[in-house]
Design a protein around this ligand. Structure first.
Ligand code: GDP
Ligand code: GDP
Length: 453
């Protein structure tokens, strides 16, 4: 056994010293029974329980955090959550295809005592096309005299076969060295932009945008141009809130009172769109004292679709009575359901009620927006979810979710690799559960599905 025992100070799930880094992903591919699970256990140092040899028991995890020689990576078992993948060559090739789509490198496991079969040939074709690095493990080489079995696998054209015994640990150190050599370094999650956060203050005319900006920034900062033609309208304004600077983008359009009768709405929504596109987070200001308007709902949808973080601010709270309050809550439930996830503040720009709640809400929204879920955690969660509530059968077929990855953050974007079409209802169910588990408060999230028919 040439694997080191994991030491106490070694990395543990949920206590990641490399937090904020995206670990490279290694996908393990191979026919059933070649020893993939045994090898995965071996690589993990048996720290992770993988249910095996219990017929009918569904494994609830497909991805694990692993490390070797101080290098961390995510190990993906492409068998998915299915236990009984029985003798389907096409199926294995399909899994290889999924694996290469989502992984940085592939570990192909072959049973050296059996040698390469048609299945391996099919998999090799897939791997060649993908052009991702492949490490070839010739498993079940339990002793010296079985080494010649491994040599026969040069024929696959994938380079050197690494003879290993997943069962006894033989050769696993050299195999891991080869894996580490082809895996890229962990990548930093999208860099948080330096400098003040960019905020778009949006809302239909008369909800109180300029009043709020004045209340936050101080009246003396109102943009006045004493000598026309010498000063340009400043586009952005730096406002100090909660001891930090925030960049309110496109405030000129708020400050300058445009009294256009015709076309005011058009210019207002154009300004809104450009401001939101420039911002990281939008504060949608609404007039709590009046019924929600079509335009409020349109702006909320626009922010959500633009992929920016969102805070809902209900202004003119000083004008609310009990009755209006009750009606408002019903309107919010009905008309703003698509941004249910946005944190909310109830404020008054006039009395300055709860203006101090704005910064915590902005922080919450930006944090949700930039959340990154480690691959292993995401898949462990989805595995449990899918085995408890499988996707509905469609056309007599049960679609399987094989693997998921977070393709990006700000806003969080997820890709599910599946064996069949997932209905919109089920995708919404997954989104709801992802939000319950990981938060994402204040941020839209997107879930796309890549189907292997
Ligand atoms: P999987 O279906 O590819 O995940 O394969 P498993 O890990 O479940 O292994 C299939 C069978 O092969 C099990 O009975 C293992 O004990 C056995 N096996 C796995 N690795 C080795 C090995 O290195 N040597 C020997 N002799 N048997 C092994
Ligand atoms: P904008 O068009 O969104 O920039 O809105 P303004 O800031 O010009 O405000 C429109 C009207 O609402 C003005 O008459 C403000 O005095 C009034 N207003 C703004 N905020 C409040 C508030 O919190 N309470 C009350 N009662 N009136 C407000």
């Amino acid at each position: 056994d040439d694997l080191e025992e994991p030491s106490d100070d070694e990395f543990e799930l949920g206590d990641d010293p490399l937090d904020g880094l995206i670990l490279p992903v290694l996908a393990v591919v191979g026919r059933p029974n070649v020893g993939k699970s045994t090898l995965v256990n071996r690589i993990l140092g048996r720290r992770e329980a993988v249910v095996e040899d219990v017929p009918g028991v569904t494994r609830d995890r497909v991805a694990y955090d692993a490390s070797w020689s101080g290098r961390q990576f995510t190990l993906v078992d492409t068998g998915g959550w299915e236990r009984d993948v029985t003798g389907l060559a096409a199926r294995v090739a399909e899994q290889a295809e999924l694996a290469v789509a989502a992984a940085d490198a592939v570990l192909l496991v072959v049973d050296a005592t059996v040698g390469a079969t048609d299945t391996e040939d099919a998999v090799v074709r897939v791997l060649r096309r993908a052009g991702k690095p492949v490490v070839l493990a010739a498993n079940k080489v339990d002793d010296q005299k079985a080494e010649s079995d491994a040599l026969a696998l040069w024929n696959l054209g994938l380079g050197e076969p690494y003879p290993v015994s997943a069962l006894h640990g033989r050769g696993s150190g050299d195999l891991l060295d080869a894996i580490i050599a082809v895996l890229p370094q962990p990548r930093p999650a999208e860099a948080v932009p330096q400098g003040p956060r960019r905020v778009a203050l949006v809302g239909r005319p008369n909800v109180g945008k300029s009043s709020l900006l004045n209340a936050l920034a101080g009246e003396d900062r109102v943009v006045v141009d004493p000598t026309a033609g010498t000063t340009r309208d400043p586009v952005d304004e730096l406002v100090e809130l909660g001891g930090r600077d925030w960049r309110f983008v496109d405030t000129a359009g708020i400050r300058r009172r445009v009294h256009l009768q015709q076309g005011a709405d058009y210019y207002a929504s154009l300004r809104t769109k450009t401001a939101v596109d420039k911002a990281e987070v939008a504060v949608l200001l609404l007039d709590a004292s009046e019924p929600l308007a079509e335009q409020d709902i349109r702006i909320a949808s626009m922010v959500s679709e633009s992929g920016r973080a969102l805070v809902l601010a209900f202004n003119k709270w000083d004008l609310l009575d009990e009755e209006r309050h009750e009606i408002l809550e019903r309107e919010i439930d009905r008309d703003l359901a698509m941004v249910r996830w946005a944190p909310r503040v109830n404020i008054s720009a006039m009395t300055k009620r709860h203006l101090d709640k704005l910064v915590p809400a902005l922080d919450t929204a930006l944090e949700g927006w930039e959340t990154r879920v480690p691959t292993a955690r995401l898949n462990s969660f989805l595995g449990q979810l899918v085995s408890a509530t499988p996707p509905p059968v469609r056309g007599g077929k049960q679609p399987k979710i094989l693997f998921a990855t977070q393709a990006g953050a700000a806003p969080p974007r997820f890709v599910l690799f599946t064996s069949g079409f997932l209905e919109a209802g089920y995708r919404r169910f997954i989104e709801r559960r992802l939000r319950e588990e990981f938060g994402f408060a204040g941020s839209p999230i997107s879930i796309s599905v890549r189907v292997r028919e």
